[in-house]
Write a protein that binds this ligand. Sequence first.
Ligand SMILES: Nc1ncnc2c1ncn2[C@@H]1O[C@H](COP(=O)(O)OP(=O)(O)O)[C@@H](O)[C@H]1O
Ligand SMILES: [Mg+2]
Length: 578
Amino acid sequence: MKKGVVYRVAGPVAIAELDARMYDVVHVGDERLLGEVIQINGSRCTIQIYEDTTGLKPGAPVVNTGEPLSVELGPGMLSSIYDGIQRPLPELKKLMGDFILRGAAAPGLDRSRKWDFKPVVKKGDKVSSGSVIGEVNEGQVVHRVMVPPGNEGVVKEVRHGSFRVDEVVCVLDNGFELSLMHKWPVRKPRPTSSKLAPVEPLVTGLRVIDALFPIAKGGVAAIPGPFGSGKTITQQSLAKWCDADIIVYVGCGERGNEMTEVLTEFPELIDPRSGKPLLNRMVLIANTSNMPVAAREASIYCGMTMAEYYRDMGYNVAMMADSTSRWAEAMREISSRLEELPGEEGYPAYLSARLAEFYERSGRYVNINGSQGSVSVIGAVSPAGGDFSEPVTQGTLRVVKVFWALDAKLAQRRHFPAINWLNSYSLYLDALSSWFAANVVAGWREAVDSVMRILQEEEKLLEIVQLVGSDALPEREQVTIQVARLVREVVLQQNAFHEVDTYSEPKKTYAMIKAILRYGDLSYDALKSGVRVSDIISVRAKDRLAEVKFVRDYDGLLKGILGDIEAEFGKLGKRQEK
Ligand SMILES: Nc1ncnc2c1ncn2[C@@H]1O[C@H](COP(=O)(O)OP(=O)(O)O)[C@@H](O)[C@H]1O
Ligand SMILES: [Mg+2]
């Protein structure tokens, strides 16, 4: 290990006389604060430090570990709660109480716990990068132990039984020893064999997303929105309900006690699919407010590396980052300490390149071991004042394929999720249509297109209404306004806090859309046959369609309401005939 000495400190950045390579991890000062070399100038290097640098001064010793910032990958990650550099928060808390002391060290994976390892290879088998050598049950998830990328050989010995993560379970002919865990540098994407096209949706149970703006497994989405518009609630809904096998949730805590809420609430959530704790298939990374900015910057790379690791096992992983703006701000702060030439709004010139690099690690792949897996990424963005023209939103827009634009006005009107249906888009809509047709219902896309058409028409009509009032609208358009209102209130609005409404399976979403379209058809037909528009609008049963949201076995209720709607229309017809 090479040693050096600090000669300048500026906030989270220190400059030291040290022999190092880019991205070497170093320990700074007597407290052994964790840092990373981010710039080298002759014999001097700049170090970003992941912990509070109060009290650090010139002359302090620096030790170079010679290794890049890495995470430990192996059984025990699921249901863990980590800080931005994979230190287990509950462990740290046990070690030192509520205030995490500086220089605290606890390994990412528990060294005392034993796991039952069942090998799937035998002596003489040839293995290579990513080959699965055996399995461990990590809660209800089968954890596949893989040869770390870049290694290969012939199995000389393989053991069966109960092991700690760092015990040798397999030896190759070249002497390489494998244990249940291996390390991987967080800034280096794990290798893959080939990229696959997105064909399957990440089903979220949010009607506005699944129907209008779907995301593919392996897809990338951004949720930009001002403070209080619902970014965190949406991210949490997705984490709870989306049909990924594994969830990696990276939280940055924008509101005061938001991270505390996550830390107390998430461990209590029950996975709707297994009936077991949701945390069993989740890795939670929490950037607590007492961690400095540099750790935030590292946290999303740690999260991504963990996501890629489970992808390599053949799983569909979804990663949520809330909020990427906090990460970009960390980049800005570090950059200004480095006295780099600032770009737009003080962000470094490489902001969009970094955003792109990060999002590009997502995707659906054939892994190097031949299995298929995906990493979907959903990043929240919090532009100040909701101004989407700022650099982080713009940089994100350039790389994501789905954009769920949150709207402060909708949030104020308590229209949740406040996803603006006119500004949002999904470039996966076409690619995913055949999946919905084959797996949900043949008429899916047609229904979705009808909904979109109605909403767009409503927008135009509302402009006219603003100018001349609703009575001036032609009768047909007055009906359209009614249908659109139902679409918004019944389909688009969804209460994340209601135990049934919080999740809507695509079949239910479709049934609700079809019911509204049916009301629309009956209305237009009645109008044609001479029924007065005021009578059509006063059909009362249609207003009960919203009740369907809150009922789990909705079939009977929906049929009943539709029957009542038809009966009311039947009576309207008769009155006209007299
Ligand atoms: N889907 C939803 N259903 C019900 N209420 C919601 C929903 N989304 C947001 N809210 C309300 O809006 C508030 C702010 O949401 P939050 O996600 O914390 O905003 P942000 O993260 O954008 O600052 C929540 O506390 C909640 O009251
Ligand atoms: Mg938030």
